[in-house]
Design a protein around this ligand. Structure first.
Ligand code: B12
Length: 209
């Protein structure tokens, strides 16, 4: 099973073997299936083994760090599209998914800026209003944060106004399927779903007169 092969290589560690496995699959299948069907399940499995005391925190850090290294070798797309911002919510240190979201927005024709872990909403709002940001994708990592997120997202939504699309996803949302975002905030749990949505949300270029 490929998840097992992935974890065996990461735990050796054999970063070149890992890169070969991932980049080979990206070349034949494209990045998103590899993110969704190999890397996400492999890290889910790390979480499961860690919970069962089969892996230590150091083992988890090793697999996560190597995954991040390999991800930097999956081609980044630079586009001249409208600016999107990808950030982890203020309580979230899980940033691997956010990297994949940023890649996905690039594929969809946006110009993504990846801010990373634990981004305070006040600072996020200030950054977005100082630039022409049209889409904000937020990643939530732990379910405990979902409880306080609703009112915070409502305030952020009001501050952005109607021209900025706000999309929320991440491991916590994936695990807690019955969580509802406030009005005007879209919940999306997979990068393949995001690809279609982000393409639909691309602003239509003005028709020359
Ligand atoms: C690696 C890891 C860490 C690392 C993260 C380092 C890093 N650089 O990212 C570190 C060590 C920091 C960490 C810390 C903690 N962690 Co942790 N961690 C994990 C682990 C093993 C993997 C996470 C990961 O990268 N997954 C792979 C990515 C690709 O998956 P993903 O984030 O879901 O993203 C996918 C989709 O959700 C989607 N997506 C992501 N974001 C978005 C956003 C949008 C808009 C869209 C459309 C899609 C989307 O795209 C991705 C591709 O499919 C998980 C296990 C698991 N099951 O997830 C536990 C896990 C998430 N952690 C857990 C816990 C408990 C913690 C700690 C509280 C531990 C502690 N006692 O300190 C802290 C909390 C830190 C914090 N405040 O965030 C629990 C969370 C349970 C819960 N209550 O929700 C998990 C599930 C482990 C477990 N089985 O219990 N962790």
């Amino acid at each position: 099973m490929t998840v097992d092969t992935y974890l065996d290589l990461a735990l050796l560690p054999d970063v070149e073997g890992l890169a070969e496995l991932v980049l080979g699959r990206v070349a034949t299948q494209g990045a998103l299936p590899v993110y969704e069907r190999l890397l996400q399940p492999a890290l889910d499995e790390v979480g499961r083994r860690w919970e069962n005391d089969e892996l230590t925190v150091a083992d988890e850090h090793l697999v996560t760090a190597l995954t991040e290294q390999v991800l930097t070798r999956v081609g980044r797309r630079v586009t001249s599209g409208p600016m999107a911002v990808v950030a982890c919510t203020p309580g979230n240190e899980h940033r691997v998914g956010a990297v994949m979201v940023s890649d996905t927005l690039g594929l969809a024709g946006w110009n993504p800026a990846l801010l990373g872990a634990r981004t305070p909403f006040e600072d996020l709002a200030a950054l977005c209003s100082a630039r022409d940001v049209r889409l904000v994708a937020l990643s939530v990592g732990i379910e405990e944060e979902l409880g306080v997120l609703g009112p915070q997202l409502e305030r952020l939504r009001l501050r952005f106004g109607p021209d900025v699309h706000v999309i929320v996803g991440g491991g916590a949302v994936r695990r807690q399927e019955d969580w509802h975002a406030p009005a005007g905030v879209t919940v999306c749990t997979s990068v393949s779903e995001l690809l279609g949505l982000a393409r639909e949300l691309l602003p239509v270029p003005a028709v020359p007169v």
